[in-house]
Ligand binder design. Structure first.
Ligand SMILES: NC(=O)c1ccc[n+]([C@@H]2O[C@H](COP(=O)([O-])OP(=O)(O)OC[C@H]3O[C@@H](n4cnc5c(N)ncnc54)[C@H](OP(=O)(O)O)[C@@H]3O)[C@@H](O)[C@H]2O)c1
Length: 416
């Protein structure tokens, strides 16, 4: 029986809220695979604000170029100056293989296509970890985290073995690792292993990394990346190196959820900190001139973080600003409009440094342990999975996330 025509999500490169599900009627037959290559097909994909970042910054960081042009893509979507494809975290299956080390049926976790068009990967297998590394010239400029695929144990099907666990992996494992990397390395307590949040090429001292007795403010605290850092700071750090307070800042809509996680000392609204005198802001946050403050933005809404930053620097002698993600509408604070003093988080560069210091086997073992703790402590207790099926439902989820109507308790995940 002939396979049904595959579909892909196409995005307007200037406006990620305009997206199209395009059917590839002439996709088959696919060209033959070269020796060593594999073909993959997505099975579970996720949707969070992180996907919007891939579209908004794709032109700078190469995220529009992950997949080769599809010969059967119809006009006008075949114009790469206007349209493109990004990717999602999730699971895919190896459907064809010309690589002796990778059998057909292998299940991979990684950065995968949004659609069911089978894509070709040019790969090598890393001997130390068994991970599969993508080596195409087209992807050489991508940060390394996007070129690594982690196989499931042989015979384990993510859609049947432990479906919820695989779904949470898809929704938030990469985001959870960001929290782990920030806690363990960028703000680590082991003085021999501290790394600038942007990576090892920039200076960073153990004093910079020290969060002992600090106040950490999470702007956009209800998102999965923010929660993973809060969880790490509270549950995976020696007590004597813990911050004094974790303050969540968010919208009224996410307030109950954020409080319910039990991770934060205080939960404030964006508007609570957008105005007021320096003294009133200092009182709300419980800080004074000698308090070390870290203000971390995880795609919080608007520009209130900028006014807050100005107030904080007038109040405290020691303020660090960390940009993990910008306002998802593109109209507020963003990576592109921050002063040089703002620290930019790069999970991929942090991971590169961690692999160098700890070795790949130890790093992935530790990171997986911490991710499993997050799944048990936060995802399973405070959040719910919302499953969808197929690309049409994925595109409905995309629209809902664009118009801000997705409940913060949900992890959106799709069987493709
Ligand atoms: N730099 C790095 O290496 C790195 C690594 C991982 C993630 N990130 C970035 O971190 C940011 C957070 O990503 P995430 O995937 O963790 O986010 P997420 O889980 O999807 O965040 C959801 C929260 O974001 C807030 N939000 C703001 N605007 C929204 C909108 N239009 N629709 C829905 N929610 C909105 C909501 O909180 P409120 O209602 O309270 O505002 C919501 O609860 C992204 O910018 C991502 O790219 C960066």
């Amino acid at each position: 029986m002939a396979s049904p025509a595959p579909q892909v999500q196409i995005i307007d490169k200037l406006d990620h809220t305009k997206q199209y599900i395009v059917t590839l009627h002439d996709a088959y037959p696919l060209p033959p695979l070269a020796k060593g290559n594999i073909r993959i097909r997505s099975r579970i994909i996720s949707l969070t604000l992180n996907n919007f970042t891939y579209a908004q910054l794709g032109h700078v960081l190469g995220w529009w170029n992950v997949w080769a042009a599809i010969p059967s893509l119809p006009a006008p979507y075949d114009d790469p100056s206007k349209y493109g494809r990004i990717s999602a975290w999730g699971y895919c299956e190896v459907t064809e293989s010309e690589n002796d080390k990778i059998p057909v049926g292998t299940q991979l976790y990684g950065y995968i296509p949004i659609g069911d068009y089978p894509e070709t990967l040019q790969v090598v297998v890393d001997d130390e970890t068994g991970h599969i590394l993508e080596t195409t010239e087209r992807r050489a400029g991508l940060m390394h985290i996007y070129n690594r695929y982690q196989p499931s144990p042989p015979g384990v099907d993510p859609l049947s073995a432990d479906r919820s666990s695989a779904a949470w992996d898809s929704v938030a494992r990469a985001l959870g690792e960001t929290g782990y990397l920030l806690n363990r390395y960028a703000f680590g307590w082991d003085k021999t292993k501290v790394v600038n949040p942007s990576g090892a090429s920039l200076p960073w001292s153990s004093d910079d990394a020290d969060l002992t007795d600090a106040v950490v403010i999470f702007f956009g605290a209800s998102g999965k990346t923010a929660l993973s850092l809060a969880h790490q700071l509270r549950r995976a750090r020696p007590t004597e190196h813990q911050p004094r307070k974790l303050v969540a800042v968010g919208s009224a809509k996410s307030r109950d959820f954020t409080e319910g996680t039990g991770l934060f000392s205080d939960v404030l609204l964006y508007e609570d900190l957008a105005s007021g005198t320096d003294a009133s802001i200092a009182a709300k946050l419980g800080i004074d001139a000698n308090t070390k403050v870290l203000l971390a933005n995880f795609s919080g809404r608007g520009t209130a973080d900028q006014e807050l930053r100005a107030a904080l620097t007038r109040v405290s002698k020691s303020v660090a600003i960390l940009m993990v993600g910008g306002d998802p509408t593109g109209n507020g604070s963003g990576l592109g409009n921050m002063p040089r003093s703002v620290l930019q988080c790069s999970a991929s560069h942090l991971r590169d440094a961690a692999l160098e210091m700890d070795g790949a086997a130890a790093f992935f073992e530790n990171s997986a342990r911490e991710w499993n703790r997050f799944k048990e402590d936060v995802a399973a207790k405070a959040m719910k999975l919302q499953w969808g099926k197929g690309l049409e439902e994925y595109s409905q989820g995309w629209d809902a996330l664009c118009n801000g109507s997705v409940d913060p308790t949900l992890g959106l995940v799709y069987e493709i």
